[in-house]
Design a protein around this ligand. Structure first.
Ligand SMILES: Cc1cc2nc3c(=O)[nH]c(=O)nc-3n(C[C@H](O)[C@H](O)[C@H](O)COP(=O)(O)O)c2cc1C
Length: 182
């Protein structure tokens, strides 16, 4: 049933943020580059709410942040190898503006994780060797990306009968779903 598929997607996404080693902890985020090229990278899913809004952490100096500020359209790709299930989500991304919300999440990070957002040089800067990276002590570039999901495309690979379904967020804030030919 279509509503069950949507509920299962949510369950697996939530597991991605709560169950150690769950494949949905990682996804591929695609942004639109400044010359309209597709730009992709792996990111960690940090949170999903009941409306399928997704949260990611990043360094505010990364290209993805620049892209999102120019063009809010993003796509996310999740794959579960045991369930042979692919979930693609399209949505509108924004960089969190509430300093208090960012600080709250920053405070909860372990010291090791905080290092990901404190390199003295911006991510993507050329260096001679990974050992040459230095870290700032009292400053950081941690920020939060929120994705407001608008469309979900589901594909389950089965031996005899694949299942594909599409969902879109309607004006009444409800998800409308249909099966599709795989
Ligand atoms: C397993 C894995 C997880 C990653 N998680 C994140 C993440 O949560 N946030 C992030 O900004 N970059 C993460 N990265 C690094 C990105 O894939 C990417 O290389 C980096 O953010 C620069 O991307 P950009 O220049 O396209 O913005 C991760 C990389 C790997 C291999």
């Amino acid at each position: 049933m279509i509503p069950d598929i949507l509920e299962n997607i949510k369950t697996e996404l939530v597991k991605g943020t709560t169950v150690k080693g769950h494949p949905f902890r990682l996804c591929v985020m695609a942004t639109v580059g400044i010359n309209n090229s597709a730009r992709i990278r792996t990111v960690v899913l940090r949170d999903v709410d009941e409306h399928f809004n997704l949260t990611f952490y990043t360094d505010k100096r990364t290209k993805k942040v620049t892209h999102i500020r120019e063009n809010r359209n993003v796509s996310l790709l999740f794959y579960h190898p045991d369930l042979k299930t692919q979930v693609r989500i399209e949505g509108f991304a924004k960089v969190e503006e509430k300093e208090k919300a960012i600080r709250g999440l920053w405070d909860k990070l372990h010291d090791d994780a905080k290092k990901d957002y404190t390199s003295a040089e911006a991510p993507g800067t050329k260096i001679g060797h990974p050992d040459f990276i230095t870290h700032l002590k009292d400053e950081h570039y941690f920020t939060v990306i929120r994705v407001l999901s608008q469309k979900i495309d589901y594909f389950e690979l089965k031996p005899h009968k694949h299942v594909r379904a599409a969902f879109s967020l309607e004006d009444n804030n409800k998800w409308n779903g249909t099966y599709l030919v795989p």
